[in-house]
Design a binder for this molecule. Structure first.
Ligand SMILES: Cc1cc2nc3c(=O)[nH]c(=O)nc-3n(C[C@H](O)[C@H](O)[C@H](O)COP(=O)(O)O)c2cc1C
Length: 205
């Protein structure tokens, strides 16, 4: 299904990084298979530990499967019901490197793949909104996915649409400025000086 494309220079990436937002006003317009193939390609070209490629992506496009995803969404994600496509993102720790000091790479590497997919989706003019608000056991059961997979997120995909069906709060968020913690709280140089305290060291000794 996927043909690996020619990579673009890095300077062309920044606009997508700035433009990508987790918006909620979606159109019901279908997304072409060729576009979905480019999203799959972007995801699967992500780096991974020992090239283990732990991500599993279930593209949900037909009406029966979409209804199954809709049934599993949390109430607060009502806006996602309009989406023409969902991507269920799955993995398992055994699919990837498991190293000392709690370094399990499956979720990390799957996140890298999702990051690529989000940027490619933005480039295609799509909204790609990851959600954690869904009933994972129900979702897996309805889609025939074995229980032992971790369904880490569902990506809600669609072209931008009308905000008419959104709550007042969500309508305001559509064009609100991004909120981020101050850069100096999360990015440091040369010496580790933060107030982070997670109450202990790694689980493994
Ligand atoms: C793993 C993950 C889970 C999320 N779950 C939800 C969700 O269930 N519902 C929702 O409306 N947004 C969800 N979001 C979107 C975030 O709220 C959003 O990315 C964040 O507020 C930053 O905004 P931005 O993506 O527009 O920069 C989720 C994002 C991620 C990465």
């Amino acid at each position: 299904m996927v043909s690996r494309g020619v990579m673009k220079p890095m300077s062309e990436i920044r606009p997508e990084i700035l433009k990508r937002r987790a918006k909620r006003a979606l159109a019901e317009t279908a997304v072409a298979d060729t576009v979905l193939e480019r999203l799959a390609e972007a995801a699967t070209l992500a780096p991974s530990c020992f090239n283990k490629q732990p991500w599993r992506l279930l593209f949900v496009t037909d009406s029966r499967a979409r209804a199954a995803v809709r049934n599993a969404l949390a109430g607060g994600n009502y806006w996602a019901e309009r989406a023409p496509v969902y991507v269920v993102v799955l993995t398992h720790p055994d699919f990837d490197c498991r190293l000392d000091e709690d370094r399990d790479y499956a979720l990390f590497d799957t996140g890298l793949a999702v990051g690529n997919l989000l940027l490619q989706a933005t480039h295609e003019g799509l909204i790609a909104h990851p959600v954690a608000g869904f009933h994972a056991a129900k979702l897996k059961q309805e889609l025939g996915i074995p229980r032992w997979y971790i369904a880490i997120t569902v990506l809600v995909l669609g072209y931008p649409g009308s905000p008419a069906g959104l709550t007042e709060e969500h309508r305001k968020l559509e064009n609100a400025p991004r909120t981020r913690v101050p850069m100096e709280s999360v990015v440091l140089f040369n010496r580790w000086e933060t107030n982070d305290n997670c109450g202990g060291g790694p689980k493994t000794e």
